[in-house]
Unconditional design. Structure first.
Length: 127
């Protein structure tokens, strides 16, 4: 899924443990905690945007348990609706062809970056 941001930029998600690629575009870490075993040099980030990650209480309540994902999604979307860091991502998208949101979670389907990607897609379609 590649939602469009302002000026036609696309967003994508990728695990930070995957090798950086030339087509990643602007790489942004969207986790609140720095991922284990990844050096800042290896991460090749343009930005670490901790503020867009779920709040610590929400993250701890979710604990990456699949059965809690739908409740987590709803609560995280509520947090994102009032989060100025979302505007920072949209501003990055206005300056870059592609913005890759990096996350550390193991499950590619049950994680906050996927929710964020879908939130940005919905937000971009309304602007």
């Amino acid at each position: 899924m590649r939602p469009m941001g302002k000026a036609g930029a696309s967003f994508a998600i990728k695990r930070i443990y995957e090798e950086p690629a030339d087509d990643d575009g602007c790489r942004v870490l969207v986790d609140r905690l720095w991922p284990r075993g990844v050096s800042k040099d290896r991460a090749k980030l343009e930005l670490w945007l901790k503020e867009v990650a779920p709040s610590p209480p929400l993250r701890q309540e979710f604990a990456h348990m699949q059965e809690r994902f739908e409740d987590f999604r709803t609560q995280y979307e509520d947090e994102l609706a009032d989060n100025p860091a979302v505007d920072q991502l949209l501003e990055l998208a206005a300056r870059h062809r592609k913005v890759t949101l990096l996350y550390a979670a193991r499950d590619p389907e049950v994680n906050h970056a996927k929710v964020l990607l879908e939130f940005l897609a919905a937000r971009g379609s309304r602007e």
